[in-house]
Design a protein around this ligand. Sequence first.
Ligand code: ADP
Ligand code: 5GP
Length: 196
Amino acid sequence: MNIIVNNEMAPKGLLFIISGPSGTGKSTVLRVILEKRPELRYSISYTTRPPREGEQDGVDYDFISKDAFRKKMDSGEFAEWAEVHGELYGTPGRFLDEAFAAGHDVLLDIDVEGAKNIYSGYPEAVLIFIAPPSVEELEKRLVNRGADSSRAVEQRLKNSKAEMAEAHHYHHVIVNDDLAGTVSKLEAIIENARLK
Ligand code: ADP
Ligand code: 5GP
């Protein structure tokens, strides 16, 4: 888990790191907030996971092969990377450097391990955990999303236990019960951080 920290590139903008179990609603919440707040920048991760129906290459993720991912790892292109649910995911370091240099506030949707790694390099980052209302509701959302095989849903549910156990390390925990309420809470956290 490679971390590139260049102090000369210290962020001028704010960094918001969002984590939570798969199916909790992170992408949905981020989609809404990015529409409402076009000044925010979302870091599009690289992944080896195949696209889900409706996902667009270069918008939701940059979908690449395992070989291409490993080449990027070897050439140090990732600010962090992790294996999550059996696939590789990585945050492009160059995007972060350029966004911060331009003074933008950046949102990352990354897993708990990636969050720890990035946070150790950017201790000013704001850590936000989005939790499901219950395990039963999480399972319902994963199944209703209809994007993953039943095996993948099972694995994601199983992994959610370890992910939930990391929630107390985060500055904020939002239970994504009502979507509009979650978006408002996230907006309030962003506004608060900007005032500091
Ligand atoms: P994640 O990005 O965390 O894996 P998604 O954003 O893909 O999760 O959401 C998983 C499913 O849950 C989607 O079908 C989405 O429409 C639904 N969902 C998201 N937020 C809520 C909510 N607050 N209430 C009910 N369903 C939700
Ligand atoms: P999904 O396959 O459901 O889109 O995402 C699975 C998990 O990978 C989620 O926990 C998501 O936050 C995480 N993830 C997405 N992009 C990255 C990344 O660039 N780095 C890390 N460490 N995790 C990521």
